[in-house]
Design a protein around this ligand. Structure first.
Ligand code: PEP
Length: 264
């Protein structure tokens, strides 16, 4: 099969923000990208309550939607649970999994995240699996060991590697207005890629590794120049078109990525 090039992926994570009125911002983003199409792959992950409406609004615009979490079970007696198949039914193609807020606040373990990722694969959803070290782990010099362990334990063996994306999100950088030094990001991404290669062999070449943590329109161009950064995961700056669009446009000037295998 011929090798295909994958464009950078820019993912917006709205977290627990947004009601119906805020979909107007999505409309602005969609209109702008329809008028001047982008070469980047854009995904927006709104809260679950907006997912179906957002997916309908964005249908045909080239912008995909994603959930922010899913259950490890396919269905059953779990009040409040949202299964991967339900996200697909609401129009999602992607799902964020293992975000540090869920790992920290909801005590999700690597094993939990792997089970959710396996559920996502069963439903033909594409997981965007988050890993990242805490401030204490960083201070103790354990960043690379933590990342290696998180990748090896949270990525399920049954991954159709072409359906997986990994996001490196240093916990201490999220919402902090600070990002690691470029050399540290490069080392983290190289470690993640090495672990993915151990996990999936040659098939890991098709997995994009994104950077996330205080990304904005000002730092996105530099972040996308760092070797091994295949895209960006954006929190705070993803909810307003005026902040998100410059990040998307930054993806258009990123250096060409490595050759990847096709994802479908
Ligand atoms: C996030 O929560 O995934 C994130 C990257 O947040 P922020 O961009 O606000 O740091």
């Amino acid at each position: 099969m011929p090798l295909a090039r994958q464009p950078p992926m820019i993912v917006g994570n709205w977290k627990m923000h947004g009601v119906t009125a805020d979909l107007a911002e999505m409309g602005v983003i969609a209109r702008e990208l329809l008028e001047r199409p982008t070469s980047t792959e854009v995904v927006i992950c709104p809260p679950a309550t907006l997912l179906a409406t957002a997916s309908r609004c964005l249908d045909g615009t080239g912008i995909a939607t994603g959930g922010q979490d899913c259950d490890a079970k396919d269905q059953g007696a779990h009040t409040g649970g949202v299964s991967a198949a339900m996200l697909v039914d609401a129009g999602a193609r992607y799902v964020l999994l293992g975000h540090s807020e869920r790992r920290r606040l909801d005590r999700e373990t690597n094993v939990d995240v792997a089970a959710k990722a396996a559920a996502a694969f069963r439903a033909k959803l594409r997981p965007i699996l988050c890993v990242g070290e805490s401030a204490a782990q960083r201070q103790a010099g354990r960043t690379l060991a933590v990342l290696r362990r998180q990748v090896l334990r949270s990525c399920p063996p049954e991954a159709g590697a072409g359906r997986l994306t990994v996001a490196y999100e240093p916990v201490w950088a999220i919402g902090a207005g600070a990002t690691p030094a470029p050399a540290d990001i490069e080392a983290a991404h190289a470690t993640i890629r090495e672990a993915l290669s151990r996990r999936y062999g040659d098939a890991s070449a098709s997995i994009r590794v994104l950077y996330g943590g205080s990304v904005d329109g000002a730092n996105a161009p530099q972040l996308l120049q760092i070797a091994g950064v295949d895209g960006l995961l954006v929190g705070r700056a993803s909810r307003r078109a005026v902040q998100f669009l410059p990040v998307v446009r930054a993806g258009e000037t990123a250096p060409p990525p490595l050759d990847y295998l096709p994802t479908d």
